[in-house]
Design a protein around this ligand. Structure first.
Ligand code: GUN
Length: 289
């Protein structure tokens, strides 16, 4: 029998912890954390993500500011806005929601953010800090996964961990976090050019599926008793739902779950944990300042 890893209730618990910290700060007359978000253009998913981030802030007692800029905004104007947030003493951390319109360089934008205010942990300085094991702002999804493993007391030390997918925001940073001292996993990162992915995944005590292929991971790839973490969130048409679509993970849950010791559902697994990272990083930013 497997245990379902409940990301939704774990995220609520962490939010309560953060809200408690904010109340303590307020009682001591310390600064209330302030997160700002820049949204450029009107991408539907980005709109939802940013609105949820603002809602999370209200829930834990943070101050938040949403800055909307038109899709035609010039890169120089966005860089100017970033500079003003870098210098604004009231703003502890901020994010620029991605993706950006095609005429704006995401690299230049990320590099313009003051690393001390980089609530997404995307700046190369923060990635460098993370790689060397210095306390740093952590990218949202890798943070969420590590926190779930810790809170379910899932041992990573000495265990074989296979991550499927090498994206800059999930697979690659997670491979680093899990191999750091303290986590001590033996990490294999497989991707679209890997030969015989199944042979690697079959050896894994912990499998993280993060390549964005719905139901790619099937029962024949899973060792009996493995821990399976599903990062996939592909929207597929579903006439039976009110919205007309549903979220499908990278794991074929129904066939895989019976072989697992622990597994995350989609939705309600990793997803809810990712938003908590931003709150955690902002709290860390205000403490530093
Ligand atoms: N777009 C998708 N995920 C993220 C994220 O974590 N941060 C930002 N800024 N944009 C995103």
């Amino acid at each position: 029998m497997y245990t379902l890893i409940d990301g939704k209730s774990t995220a609520s618990l962490i939010k309560e912890e953060i809200a408690g910290e904010v109340r303590k700060r307020a009682a001591k007359g310390l600064k209330i954390p302030h997160l700002a978000a820049i949204l450029v253009g009107d991408n539907g998913s980005s709109e939802t993500y940013v609105n949820n981030k603002v809602k999370d802030c209200a829930e834990v007692g943070f101050k938040s500011t949403l800055i909307r800029m038109k899709a035609e905004t010039k890169e120089a104007e966005l860089l100017e806005k970033i500079r003003s947030l870098n210098e604004d003493p009231d703003v502890d951390g901020f994010i620029v929601q991605l993706p950006l319109p095609g005429h704006i360089s995401e690299t230049r934008v990320i590099e313009a953010i003051d690393p001390e205010k980089d609530a997404d942990g995307f700046h190369p300085v923060n990635i460098g800090r993370m790689v060397t094991g210095i306390e740093s702002y952590l990218p949202a999804t890798p943070y969420g996964i590590v926190e779930l493993l810790k809170r379910y007391n899932i041992v990573t030390s000495g265990r074989e961990c296979v991550i499927i997918g090498r994206s800059n925001i999930v697979g690659r940073p997670l491979s680093i976090l899990l191999s750091l001292k303290g986590m001590d996993a033996t990490v294999t990162l497989v991707h679209s050019r890997t030969k015989d992915i199944r042979d690697h995944v079959l050896r894994a005590d912990i499998v993280v599926a993060a390549m964005g292929s719905p139901r790619f991971v099937t029962a024949d790839m899973i060792k009996e008793g493995a821990v399976v973490i599903d990062v996939g969130t592909t929207r597929v048409p579903a006439p039976e739902t009110r919205s007309g679509w549903k979220l499908v993970g990278d794991v074929d849950f129904n066939s895989v779950a019976p072989r697992c010791s622990y597994i995350t559902p989609v939705p309600g697994g990793v997803g809810p944990m990712t938003r908590v990272a931003l709150l955690r990083n902002t709290l860390m930013a205000v403490r530093k300042r």
